[in-house]
Write a protein that binds this ligand. Structure first.
Ligand SMILES: [Zn+2]
Length: 337
Protein backbone atom coordinates (compact mmCIF):
# COMPACT_ATOMS: atom_id res chain seq x y z
CA UNK A 1 0.00 0.00 0.00
CA UNK A 2 1.34 3.45 -0.90
CA UNK A 3 1.48 6.34 1.55
CA UNK A 4 -1.28 8.04 -0.41
CA UNK A 5 -3.55 5.00 -0.29
CA UNK A 6 -2.83 4.60 3.41
CA UNK A 7 -3.76 8.23 4.14
CA UNK A 8 -6.91 8.18 2.02
CA UNK A 9 -8.00 4.94 3.71
CA UNK A 10 -7.42 6.47 7.12
CA UNK A 11 -9.46 9.53 6.13
CA UNK A 12 -12.26 7.23 5.02
CA UNK A 13 -12.26 5.56 8.41
CA UNK A 14 -11.09 2.28 6.90
CA UNK A 15 -8.63 -0.08 8.55
CA UNK A 16 -5.00 0.75 7.85
CA UNK A 17 -1.83 -1.28 8.19
CA UNK A 18 -0.17 1.54 10.08
CA UNK A 19 -1.64 4.78 11.40
CA UNK A 20 -0.17 7.49 9.14
CA UNK A 21 2.31 9.85 10.79
CA UNK A 22 2.41 13.28 9.18
CA UNK A 23 1.52 16.90 9.72
CA UNK A 24 -1.67 18.43 8.39
CA UNK A 25 -0.44 21.78 9.74
CA UNK A 26 2.66 23.73 8.76
CA UNK A 27 5.98 21.83 8.53
CA UNK A 28 8.63 24.49 7.82
CA UNK A 29 11.37 24.34 10.44
CA UNK A 30 14.65 26.25 10.37
CA UNK A 31 16.82 23.11 10.32
CA UNK A 32 15.09 21.91 7.15
CA UNK A 33 15.26 25.41 5.63
CA UNK A 34 19.05 25.29 6.08
CA UNK A 35 19.43 21.73 4.83
CA UNK A 36 17.68 22.43 1.52
CA UNK A 37 18.42 26.15 1.25
CA UNK A 38 14.77 27.16 1.32
CA UNK A 39 14.45 29.75 4.08
CA UNK A 40 11.39 31.75 5.00
CA UNK A 41 10.28 34.28 3.93
CA UNK A 42 11.62 33.40 0.47
CA UNK A 43 9.97 29.96 0.45
CA UNK A 44 6.57 31.60 0.93
CA UNK A 45 6.84 33.16 -2.52
CA UNK A 46 9.36 31.13 -4.55
CA UNK A 47 7.59 28.02 -5.86
CA UNK A 48 10.77 25.96 -6.25
CA UNK A 49 11.87 26.66 -2.67
CA UNK A 50 8.35 26.20 -1.34
CA UNK A 51 8.32 22.71 -2.87
CA UNK A 52 11.86 21.89 -1.69
CA UNK A 53 11.03 22.73 1.93
CA UNK A 54 7.78 20.76 1.82
CA UNK A 55 9.50 17.74 0.31
CA UNK A 56 12.27 17.96 2.93
CA UNK A 57 9.72 17.36 5.69
CA UNK A 58 8.82 14.13 3.92
CA UNK A 59 12.24 12.97 2.79
CA UNK A 60 14.43 14.18 5.67
CA UNK A 61 12.02 14.17 8.62
CA UNK A 62 10.05 11.11 7.48
CA UNK A 63 6.57 12.62 7.57
CA UNK A 64 4.29 10.59 5.33
CA UNK A 65 2.96 13.48 3.26
CA UNK A 66 4.17 16.62 1.56
CA UNK A 67 2.38 19.54 3.14
CA UNK A 68 2.45 23.12 1.93
CA UNK A 69 2.49 26.14 2.12
CA UNK A 70 3.63 27.48 5.52
CA UNK A 71 1.22 30.20 6.53
CA UNK A 72 -2.43 31.17 6.67
CA UNK A 73 -2.12 34.31 4.58
CA UNK A 74 -1.98 33.29 0.90
CA UNK A 75 -5.70 33.62 0.22
CA UNK A 76 -6.05 36.62 2.54
CA UNK A 77 -3.38 38.39 0.51
CA UNK A 78 -5.08 37.46 -2.77
CA UNK A 79 -8.28 38.97 -1.33
CA UNK A 80 -6.56 42.28 -0.72
CA UNK A 81 -5.24 42.02 2.85
CA UNK A 82 -1.86 43.54 3.72
CA UNK A 83 0.65 40.95 4.87
CA UNK A 84 3.76 41.14 6.99
CA UNK A 85 5.91 38.39 5.48
CA UNK A 86 7.61 37.58 8.78
CA UNK A 87 11.16 36.29 9.13
CA UNK A 88 13.04 33.04 8.88
CA UNK A 89 11.45 31.84 12.11
CA UNK A 90 8.24 33.85 12.22
CA UNK A 91 5.22 33.13 10.05
CA UNK A 92 3.59 35.79 7.87
CA UNK A 93 0.61 37.56 9.40
CA UNK A 94 -2.30 39.66 8.18
CA UNK A 95 -1.86 43.30 9.16
CA UNK A 96 -4.34 45.18 6.95
CA UNK A 97 -8.03 44.41 6.48
CA UNK A 98 -9.60 45.93 3.35
CA UNK A 99 -13.27 45.39 4.24
CA UNK A 100 -13.44 46.38 7.89
CA UNK A 101 -16.51 48.59 7.38
CA UNK A 102 -19.89 47.34 6.12
CA UNK A 103 -19.90 49.93 3.31
CA UNK A 104 -16.49 48.67 2.10
CA UNK A 105 -17.82 45.12 2.06
CA UNK A 106 -20.61 46.31 -0.24
CA UNK A 107 -17.99 47.11 -2.86
CA UNK A 108 -16.30 43.72 -2.79
CA UNK A 109 -15.61 42.10 -6.14
CA UNK A 110 -14.09 38.64 -6.38
CA UNK A 111 -10.53 38.95 -7.70
CA UNK A 112 -9.15 36.63 -10.36
CA UNK A 113 -7.80 34.30 -7.70
CA UNK A 114 -5.81 32.05 -10.04
CA UNK A 115 -3.58 35.03 -10.79
CA UNK A 116 -3.69 36.88 -7.48
CA UNK A 117 -0.85 37.33 -5.00
CA UNK A 118 1.08 34.16 -4.18
CA UNK A 119 -1.61 31.77 -5.41
CA UNK A 120 0.26 31.09 -8.70
CA UNK A 121 3.38 30.23 -6.65
CA UNK A 122 1.46 27.78 -4.46
CA UNK A 123 -0.11 26.16 -7.53
CA UNK A 124 3.32 25.86 -9.14
CA UNK A 125 4.83 24.43 -5.92
CA UNK A 126 2.15 21.73 -5.80
CA UNK A 127 2.92 20.78 -9.41
CA UNK A 128 6.68 20.73 -8.74
CA UNK A 129 6.13 18.61 -5.62
CA UNK A 130 4.04 16.09 -7.53
CA UNK A 131 6.68 15.93 -10.25
CA UNK A 132 9.42 15.32 -7.68
CA UNK A 133 7.75 12.84 -5.29
CA UNK A 134 5.67 10.97 -7.86
CA UNK A 135 2.09 9.78 -7.60
CA UNK A 136 2.35 7.70 -4.41
CA UNK A 137 3.18 10.36 -1.82
CA UNK A 138 0.16 12.36 -0.71
CA UNK A 139 0.19 16.13 -1.02
CA UNK A 140 -1.74 18.06 1.62
CA UNK A 141 -2.47 21.67 0.76
CA UNK A 142 -3.15 23.89 3.74
CA UNK A 143 -5.01 27.18 3.85
CA UNK A 144 -6.87 29.49 6.17
CA UNK A 145 -10.42 28.28 6.66
CA UNK A 146 -13.42 30.36 5.56
CA UNK A 147 -14.14 31.64 9.07
CA UNK A 148 -10.58 32.86 9.56
CA UNK A 149 -10.49 34.32 6.05
CA UNK A 150 -13.67 36.29 6.78
CA UNK A 151 -12.06 37.66 9.94
CA UNK A 152 -8.94 38.53 7.94
CA UNK A 153 -10.75 40.58 5.31
CA UNK A 154 -13.00 42.42 7.78
CA UNK A 155 -10.60 42.35 10.80
CA UNK A 156 -11.13 40.22 13.87
CA UNK A 157 -12.45 43.28 15.68
CA UNK A 158 -15.25 43.89 13.15
CA UNK A 159 -15.88 40.17 12.87
CA UNK A 160 -16.47 39.85 16.60
CA UNK A 161 -18.53 43.03 16.73
CA UNK A 162 -20.70 42.06 13.78
CA UNK A 163 -21.27 38.60 15.25
CA UNK A 164 -23.22 40.39 17.98
CA UNK A 165 -24.54 43.59 16.40
CA UNK A 166 -24.56 43.15 12.62
CA UNK A 167 -25.37 39.54 11.81
CA UNK A 168 -26.18 40.36 8.17
CA UNK A 169 -22.75 41.86 7.60
CA UNK A 170 -21.12 38.93 9.38
CA UNK A 171 -23.00 36.55 7.11
CA UNK A 172 -22.02 38.56 4.05
CA UNK A 173 -18.34 38.35 4.96
CA UNK A 174 -18.65 34.60 5.51
CA UNK A 175 -20.40 34.07 2.17
CA UNK A 176 -17.64 35.95 0.35
CA UNK A 177 -14.89 34.13 2.26
CA UNK A 178 -16.46 30.73 1.65
CA UNK A 179 -16.81 31.33 -2.07
CA UNK A 180 -13.18 32.43 -2.33
CA UNK A 181 -12.00 29.50 -0.21
CA UNK A 182 -13.76 26.99 -2.45
CA UNK A 183 -12.25 28.52 -5.60
CA UNK A 184 -8.74 28.52 -4.12
CA UNK A 185 -9.01 24.99 -2.70
CA UNK A 186 -10.16 23.60 -6.04
CA UNK A 187 -7.30 25.35 -7.84
CA UNK A 188 -4.94 23.46 -5.51
CA UNK A 189 -6.79 20.19 -6.08
CA UNK A 190 -6.58 20.71 -9.84
CA UNK A 191 -2.82 21.28 -9.46
CA UNK A 192 -2.41 17.93 -7.71
CA UNK A 193 -3.27 18.31 -4.02
CA UNK A 194 -4.81 15.10 -2.65
CA UNK A 195 -6.18 16.57 0.56
CA UNK A 196 -7.10 20.09 1.66
CA UNK A 197 -6.55 21.09 5.27
CA UNK A 198 -8.25 24.24 6.50
CA UNK A 199 -6.95 25.79 9.68
CA UNK A 200 -9.65 27.88 11.27
CA UNK A 201 -8.30 29.33 14.52
CA UNK A 202 -10.99 32.02 14.62
CA UNK A 203 -13.67 29.31 14.84
CA UNK A 204 -12.15 28.20 18.16
CA UNK A 205 -14.25 28.32 21.34
CA UNK A 206 -11.46 30.63 22.56
CA UNK A 207 -12.97 33.31 20.29
CA UNK A 208 -16.46 32.28 19.20
CA UNK A 209 -19.01 30.52 21.39
CA UNK A 210 -20.07 26.94 20.58
CA UNK A 211 -23.54 28.31 19.89
CA UNK A 212 -22.11 30.77 17.34
CA UNK A 213 -20.17 27.93 15.77
CA UNK A 214 -23.35 25.91 15.43
CA UNK A 215 -25.66 28.69 14.29
CA UNK A 216 -23.47 31.08 12.30
CA UNK A 217 -20.24 29.40 11.25
CA UNK A 218 -20.51 25.70 10.58
CA UNK A 219 -22.81 25.89 7.56
CA UNK A 220 -20.01 27.69 5.70
CA UNK A 221 -17.52 24.94 6.51
CA UNK A 222 -20.12 22.38 5.40
CA UNK A 223 -20.55 24.19 2.08
CA UNK A 224 -16.78 24.33 1.67
CA UNK A 225 -16.32 20.62 2.37
CA UNK A 226 -19.17 19.72 0.00
CA UNK A 227 -17.87 21.81 -2.88
CA UNK A 228 -14.16 21.03 -2.66
CA UNK A 229 -13.19 18.14 -4.92
CA UNK A 230 -10.95 16.37 -2.38
CA UNK A 231 -11.16 15.16 1.21
CA UNK A 232 -11.08 18.07 3.66
CA UNK A 233 -9.43 18.14 7.07
CA UNK A 234 -10.64 20.72 9.57
CA UNK A 235 -8.12 22.07 12.07
CA UNK A 236 -9.37 24.31 14.85
CA UNK A 237 -6.98 25.51 17.55
CA UNK A 238 -7.53 25.35 21.28
CA UNK A 239 -9.73 23.07 23.33
CA UNK A 240 -12.44 22.24 20.81
CA UNK A 241 -14.14 19.64 23.00
CA UNK A 242 -17.31 21.81 23.28
CA UNK A 243 -17.66 21.96 19.47
CA UNK A 244 -16.45 18.50 18.46
CA UNK A 245 -20.02 17.35 17.81
CA UNK A 246 -20.55 20.28 15.41
CA UNK A 247 -17.12 19.90 13.80
CA UNK A 248 -18.01 16.27 13.18
CA UNK A 249 -21.08 17.43 11.24
CA UNK A 250 -19.06 19.71 8.94
CA UNK A 251 -18.68 17.00 6.24
CA UNK A 252 -14.91 17.05 6.70
CA UNK A 253 -13.15 13.70 6.64
CA UNK A 254 -10.74 14.49 9.44
CA UNK A 255 -10.66 16.71 12.51
CA UNK A 256 -7.22 17.91 13.58
CA UNK A 257 -7.06 18.74 17.27
CA UNK A 258 -4.56 20.01 19.79
CA UNK A 259 -3.37 18.36 23.00
CA UNK A 260 -5.88 20.61 24.78
CA UNK A 261 -8.44 18.04 23.68
CA UNK A 262 -7.49 15.66 26.46
CA UNK A 263 -10.13 12.99 25.91
CA UNK A 264 -9.42 11.61 22.45
CA UNK A 265 -11.60 8.53 23.04
CA UNK A 266 -14.56 10.81 23.71
CA UNK A 267 -13.83 12.91 20.59
CA UNK A 268 -13.57 9.73 18.53
CA UNK A 269 -16.86 8.47 19.84
CA UNK A 270 -18.65 11.74 19.09
CA UNK A 271 -17.21 11.89 15.56
CA UNK A 272 -17.60 8.16 14.92
CA UNK A 273 -18.85 7.40 11.42
CA UNK A 274 -18.48 11.04 10.40
CA UNK A 275 -14.84 12.06 10.77
CA UNK A 276 -11.57 10.67 12.03
CA UNK A 277 -9.42 12.30 14.71
CA UNK A 278 -5.95 13.63 13.89
CA UNK A 279 -3.39 14.78 16.44
CA UNK A 280 -2.41 15.56 19.02
CA UNK A 281 1.27 15.77 19.97
CA UNK A 282 1.77 19.24 21.46
CA UNK A 283 3.61 21.51 19.04
CA UNK A 284 4.86 24.03 21.65
CA UNK A 285 5.22 21.85 24.73
CA UNK A 286 6.53 18.59 23.27
CA UNK A 287 7.85 18.96 19.72
CA UNK A 288 9.41 22.38 20.23
CA UNK A 289 10.58 22.27 23.82
CA UNK A 290 10.71 18.58 24.66
CA UNK A 291 13.41 16.01 23.96
CA UNK A 292 13.15 12.83 21.91
CA UNK A 293 12.07 10.83 24.93
CA UNK A 294 9.21 13.21 25.63
CA UNK A 295 8.16 13.15 21.96
CA UNK A 296 8.17 9.35 21.99
CA UNK A 297 6.05 9.25 25.13
CA UNK A 298 3.51 11.80 23.85
CA UNK A 299 3.29 10.05 20.47
CA UNK A 300 2.72 6.62 22.01
CA UNK A 301 0.10 8.14 24.31
CA UNK A 302 -1.73 9.66 21.35
CA UNK A 303 -1.64 6.33 19.50
CA UNK A 304 -2.86 4.47 22.57
CA UNK A 305 -5.64 7.04 22.94
CA UNK A 306 -6.65 6.06 19.41
CA UNK A 307 -5.77 8.93 17.08
CA UNK A 308 -6.43 7.85 13.50
CA UNK A 309 -3.51 9.91 12.19
CA UNK A 310 -0.52 10.74 14.41
CA UNK A 311 0.32 14.40 13.95
CA UNK A 312 1.35 17.60 15.69
CA UNK A 313 -1.57 19.27 17.48
CA UNK A 314 -1.01 22.52 15.61
CA UNK A 315 1.52 24.09 13.24
CA UNK A 316 5.09 22.96 13.94
CA UNK A 317 7.07 25.81 15.48
CA UNK A 318 9.96 26.89 13.21
CA UNK A 319 12.61 26.32 15.88
CA UNK A 320 11.48 22.73 16.49
CA UNK A 321 14.45 20.32 16.38
CA UNK A 322 14.40 18.03 13.35
CA UNK A 323 15.27 15.11 15.64
CA UNK A 324 12.02 15.64 17.52
CA UNK A 325 9.97 15.34 14.33
CA UNK A 326 11.92 12.21 13.45
CA UNK A 327 11.21 10.88 16.96
CA UNK A 328 7.47 11.24 16.34
CA UNK A 329 7.82 9.17 13.16
CA UNK A 330 9.98 6.59 14.97
CA UNK A 331 7.41 6.35 17.78
CA UNK A 332 4.74 5.38 15.28
CA UNK A 333 7.01 2.59 14.02
CA UNK A 334 7.77 1.53 17.58
CA UNK A 335 4.03 1.31 18.31
CA UNK A 336 3.78 -1.58 15.84
CA UNK A 337 6.87 -3.50 17.02
ZN1 LIG B 1 -3.89 25.28 15.63
Amino acid sequence: MTLKENLLKALNGEKVEKVPVLSVTQTGVVELMDLVDAPWPESHTNAEKMADLAIAAHELAGLEAVRLPYCLTVLAEAMGCDINMGTKNRQPSVIGHPFDKPEKLEEFEMPDLANAGRIPAVIEAIKISREKVGPDVPIIAGMEGPITLASDIVSVKSFMKWSIKKPDDLEKSLVIATEASIIYANLMVDAGADVICIADPVASPDLMSPQDFKEKLMKHIVEFAEKVNAPVILHVCGNVTPIIEYMADCKCKGLSVEEKVTDIANAKQIASGKAIIIGNVSSPFVLLSGDEEKVTEASLNALNDGVDILAPGCGIAPMTPLDNIKAMVAARDKFYE
